[in-house]
Design a protein around this ligand. Structure first.
Ligand code: SF4
Length: 186
C-alpha cells in the first residue's frame, strides 16, 4: 500500500470489474445524455431544429467520453486495468500510451471542464422553455434529468465506482470538506 492509500481510511483493495458492473457504472451518464437530448427536443418547437439540437447533444455526450478517454485516462492509476469501474481505462489503452500518473489531478481538472456543459445546457434550455411555454411533459423530463445528473450520477460514481480508487484522497471529483484542498497538497 502506498502513502496515498494510508491517508484514506476508507480505501478498499482494488477490485476487478465485470462488463456488467462497467455497464451499471455507465448507466447514469447514458441516461443523462438521453434525457438531456429529450429536454432539448421538447424545448424547441420547430422541426428540424429540435432534431438537430437533440442529436448534437448526444454527439457531444459521446465526444465528451472520448475526450476523457484520450486526455485523462492515460494519466490514471487504473489505465489498462480491469479496476477502472466504467471500462474507459481499457479502451483508452488501445489508443494511447500510459502517461505520468503524478499529473492526474492537473489533467482531470483541466479536461473535466470540457464535459461540464452537458450538465448545464439541458437544464438552462428546459427552464427557459418552461418559463415561456409550460408543458407538464417538459417539466417531468427536466426533473428526471436533474435528478439523474445531479444526484444519481454523482452518488453512483462516489459510492460504487470511485469508492475503491487509490487516488480518491487527492482526486478533484472526490474532494470533500473532510479532505485538504488540492492547493494545500500541491
Ligand atoms: S477510473 Fe476514471 S480516469 Fe481512471 S481510467 Fe477509469 S475512467 Fe479513466
Amino acid at each position: 500500500m502506498n502513502e496515498k492509500n494510508t491517508e484514506c481510511q476508507k480505501i478498499k483493495p482494488e477490485k476487478e470489474y465485470t462488463h456488467l458492473m462497467e455497464l451499471i457504472d455507465n448507466l447514469p451518464y447514458i441516461v443523462m445524455t438521453l434525457l438531456g437530448a429529450a429536454v432539448l427536443f421538447l424545448s424547441i418547437q420547430t422541426t428540424p431544429s429540435r432534431w438537430i439540437l437533440a442529436g448534437s447533444y448526444v454527439a457531444y455526450g459521446l465526444a465528451g467520453t472520448f475526450w476523457i478517454l484520450l486526455f485523462v485516462c492515460p494519466y490514471c492509476h487504473f489505465f489498462d486495468t480491469r479496476s477502472c469501474p466504467c471500462g474507459y481505462g481499457q479502451i483508452s489503452a488501445k489508443i494511447r500510451k500510459v502517461q505520468d500518473q503524478s499529473l492526474f489531478n492537473r489533467k482531470f481538472k483541466t479536461h473535466i471542464s470540457v464535459i461540464v456543459p452537458l450538465w448545464i445546457i439541458p437544464l438552462v434550455a428546459g427552464i427557459i422553455s418552461l418559463s415561456k411555454n409550460f408543458t407538464s411533459l417538459l417539466l417531468i423530463v427536466v426533473v428526471f434529468f436533474a435528478v439523474d445528473a445531479f444526484i444519481v450520477l454523482p452518488l453512483v460514481s462516489r459510492i460504487y465506482g470511485c469508492a475503491h480508487c487509490p487516488q480518491k484522497a487527492t482526486c478533484p471529483w472526490m474532494k470533500t470538506k473532510n479532505q485538504p484542498a488540492l492547493s494545500e497538497q500541491e
